[in-house]
Design a protein around this ligand. Structure first.
Ligand code: NIG
Ligand code: FE
Length: 416
C-alpha cells in the first residue's frame, strides 16, 4: 500500500546534531514519499517539477522528528493509588514491594483483566501519548510473569500498533520480579522464561527486544546472565532496568552482552558508566520515576557526557512509579531534575531514543528515514522542554500519514 506523496511547505525544522546541538532552520520544505522523507531543504531549493499528490503549508510551525518513547509499561490492569498514598505517608517503595504491594499487585490486576479491557485502557493511554507528539512507543510486558499472561500483554501491545496512533515496539520483560507463589528458585523461573516462554513468543512475532529488572529487590547480574544469553542467541536487542535503587554491578554484564540500552542509572558509578560507554550502550534516563519516588540520587549526567554515552529520555509510563504519559513533560523534568540541556532532551526523545530501541530508520529529519514527524505550536525547539502540563502539538505524521490534533489544541488554549 502506498501513501500519497506530500510536500510540506513553510516549515521550521527543529532537530539536533550528533553532539546534541539544536538545529533550528526556518523556510524549510520536506517531501514525503512512500512513508519516507524523500527530500528536505529550503523553499528555494525545492526541485523544479517535483511531483506530489498534496501540499501542506505549515504556516512557519516547528517540525521535529516524531518523538520516541523508548521505555514504557503501557499495558496493565488496575492502578496503584494506594501505594502512592502509603508512600506519601513515609513507607518506602521497596517496603511496599516486600509487603506484597508494588509490582505484585499490578501483576494480580493484569492477570485478572481480559484482553479487551487491557486493549481499551492501553489504547486510551497511547492516544494521549500520541497527542503529546509520540510516533513510536515501546511497550514492555512484565506484569504477567506467567506464560499466558506475558503473551496476553504482548498480544495487546502488538494490536495497539495497528491503531495507527504510533508505531509500537514490544519488549519481553519476563524478568521483572519473581511471581508470588512460584514454586521454584529464581534460577528455575528465569530459565523457564528465557528457554521455554521467550522462544514461543518470538516465534509468534510478539517480541522485538528483551529487558530485565537488575536490582536488589529483583534479580542480580549473575542470575540474569543465562536469561540475557538466551535473548542474544535469538538475535534480540538486550535492555535492563539498572541501578535504579542501588548500584548492582550489572553494567559489566550489559556491556559484555552488548546491550542496546541501560535504563534508570541513578546509582551507576563512573566504572559502570565507562563500561556502558565501551559497549556503545545508550543510557535511558527516566525522570518521571525519579520524581514520583521522590528519589534524591540522580544519574551522573556529567560522567555520561564525559564518557560520551548517548542519553535518551523516556516516560517509563507505569502505574507504580511513573503514571506519566507526556514525553515533553519528561524532557522538562530531565532538564530541571537532571540538568540536561533542551538540546540533549530533544536528542534524548528522538535520535538517541531510536538508538535505544536498536532502530536506525527514524529519529531525525534526514532523507530515507521514516516520515515520522511532529508539528508544534512553539517558537523554538527549546520550548518543547519549557512547557508543563499541556501539549503544544499541532499534528503528527506517522510514516507519512497525517494526524491532526486540532481539538486538543483548542482545549489547551481555552484556559490560556
Ligand atoms: O521502571 N523498576 C521497575 N519497573 C518499573 C516499576 C514497576 C512498578 O512499580 O510497577 C519502573 O520503574
Ligand atoms: Fe520501567
Amino acid at each position: 500500500m502506498t501513501t500519497p506523496s506530500i510536500l510540506l511547505r513553510n516549515a521550521a525544522v527543529g532537530d539536533t546534531t550528533p553532539d546534541a546541538a539544536l538545529v533550528h532552520r526556518r523556510g524549510q520544505a520536506i517531501h514525503i514519499q512512500d512513508g519516507l522523507i524523500a527530500w528536505h531543504g529550503t523553499e528555494a531549493e525545492i526541485p523544479a517539477g517535483l511531483a506530489c499528490d498534496d501540499e501542506i503549508d505549515l504556516g512557519g510551525r516547528l517540525v521535529t522528528p516524531g518523538l520516541i518513547d523508548c521505555h514504557t509499561h503501557l499495558v496493565y490492569g488496575g492502578k496503584r493509588v494506594a501505594d502512592f498514598v502509603e508512600r506519601l505517608g513515609g513507607t518506602r517503595y521497596d517496603e511496599i514491594a516486600g509487603g506484597g504491594g508494588g509490582i505484585a499487585s499490578t501483576v494480580a490486576a493484569t492477570r485478572a483483566a481480559d484482553e479487551s479491557t487491557l486493549f481499551t485502557m492501553a489504547g486510551m493511554r497511547l492516544e494521549r501519548m500520541a497527542g503529546h507528539g509520540a510516533t513510536t512507543v515501546e511497550i514492555k510486558s512484565g506484569y504477567g510473569l506467567d506464560p499466558l499472561s506475558e503473551k496476553k500483554i504482548l498480544r495487546v501491545a502488538r494490536r495497539l500498533g495497528g491503531l495507527g496512533l504510533a508505531d509500537v515496539r514490544t519488549t519481553f520483560l519476563g524478568a521483572h520480579a519473581m511471581p508470588a507463589g512460584y514454586e521454584g528458585t529464581k534460577a528455575d523461573y528465569l530459565a523457564e522464561m528465557s528457554d521455554e516462554v521467550l522462544p514461543g513468543l518470538v516465534a509468534e512475532g510478539l517480541v522485538d527486544a528483551v529487558d530485565a529488572f537488575c536490582e536488589s529487590i529483583a534479580f542480580n547480574p549473575e542470575e540474569l546472565e543465562g536469561y540475557f544469553g538466551a535473548a542474544r542467541a535469538l538475535g534480540l536487542p538486550i535492555k535492563a532496568h539498572l541501578d535504579q535503587l542501588s548500584e548492582t554491578r550489572g553494567a559489566a554484564l550489559l556491556a559484555k552482552m552488548g546491550a542496546t540500552s541501560a535504563d534508570h542509572l541513578e546509582y551507576s558509578g563512573t566504572g559502570s558508566i565507562e563500561a556502558l560507554a565501551r559497549a556503545g550502550t545508550v543510557a535511558v534516563l527516566l525522570p518521571g520515576a525519579y520524581y514520583f519516588l521522590r528519589e534524591s540520587r540522580s544519574p551522573n549526567v556529567s560522567a555520561l557526557r564525559t564518557a560520551r554515552v548517548p542519553i535518551a529520555i523516556a516516560t517509563d509510563h507505569n502505574p507504580g512509579t511513573s503514571p506519566m504519559e507526556s514525553l515533553p513533560l519528561a524532557m522538562n523534568m530531565a532538564c530541571i531534575l537532571f540538568g540536561l540541556t533542551p538540546a540533549e532532551a530533544l536528542r534524548g526523545t528522538t535520535a538517541n531514543a531510536a538508538r535505544a530501541l536498536g532502530l536506525s530508520d527514524r529519529g531525525s529529519i534526514a532523507n530515507g528515514l521514516r516520515a515520522d514527524l511532529a508539528v508544534w505550536e512553539v517558537d523554538s525547539p527549546a520550548e518543547l522542554s519549557y512547557n508543563i502540563g499541556f501539549s503544544p502539538l499541532h499534528s503528527t505524521f506517522l510514516k507519512g500519514t497525517v494526524r491532526r490534533e486540532d481539538s486538543r489544541r483548542a482545549d489547551a488554549h481555552d484556559g490560556a
